[in-house]
Design a protein. Structure first.
Length: 190
């Protein structure tokens, strides 16, 4: 069994509640030894969160042309009317512009309705946030850890995509944090 299949088999054991506990134990350092290589857990948690809500998931994969690997993709998610490329960065520092450039190039080679989502555990640099506004016509939506957690907790990944797309379309906001809106919709307090 390859490492990737081992990760898929492992992450599919988790439902929303246990998935959130797994992720939080990684963040607070209490996970201990596990099968997860650095950075891999984040990719699989994000993809599993979408899958739990009924999305079709393509786990991390490589794209080959003429027998040569030309892209590494952290994952892809499909819903009716949405196809999303996923990039995850489990870094201790804010993400700079390099992942945006990579995602933008990937999106330029795909149909216009494909969007990108970049998930960051530790936030983004100011230049990266600024660049997110200028990737059009490619759409790249930015996610932070706090909104990922609230979306997993309330099974609202798909709804969060809709909210983020609406904010991008109506207000030119690609770095919109859905946590307050999701929290209010679920009856919580901000």
């Amino acid at each position: 069994m390859g490492a990737e299949q081992k990760y898929i088999d492992e992450i599919q054991k988790y439902d929303g509640e246990t998935l959130l506990k797994l992720w939080r134990s990684h963040l607070d350092g209490s996970l201990g030894s596990s099968i997860w290589e650095a950075g891999k857990l984040f990719e699989y948690v994000v993809l599993r969160a979408f899958q739990i809500e009924g999305a079709i998931v393509r786990w991390p994969y490589s794209v080959q042309l003429d027998g040569e690997v030309v892209e590494q993709i952290d994952g892809a998610v499909s819903y009716p009317n949405h196809h999303i490329l996923i990039e995850c960065k489990d870094w201790n520092k804010g993400i700079s512009i390099e992942p945006f450039a990579k995602m933008r190039n990937q999106l330029m080679q795909r149909p216009a309705n494909v969007i990108g989502c970049i998930f960051s555990r530790s936030g983004y640099t100011d230049p990266a946030i600024g660049l997110s506004r200028f990737c059009s016509p490619q759409t790249i939506l930015l996610w932070q850890n706090d909104e990922l957690e609230v979306c997993i907790e309330h099974s609202m990944m798909k709804e969060a995509i809709e909210i983020k797309l609406r904010k991008a379309a109506e207000e030119f906001r690609y770095f919109y944090n859905v946590k307050p809106e999701i929290t209010l919709k679920t009856g919580g307090t901000i």
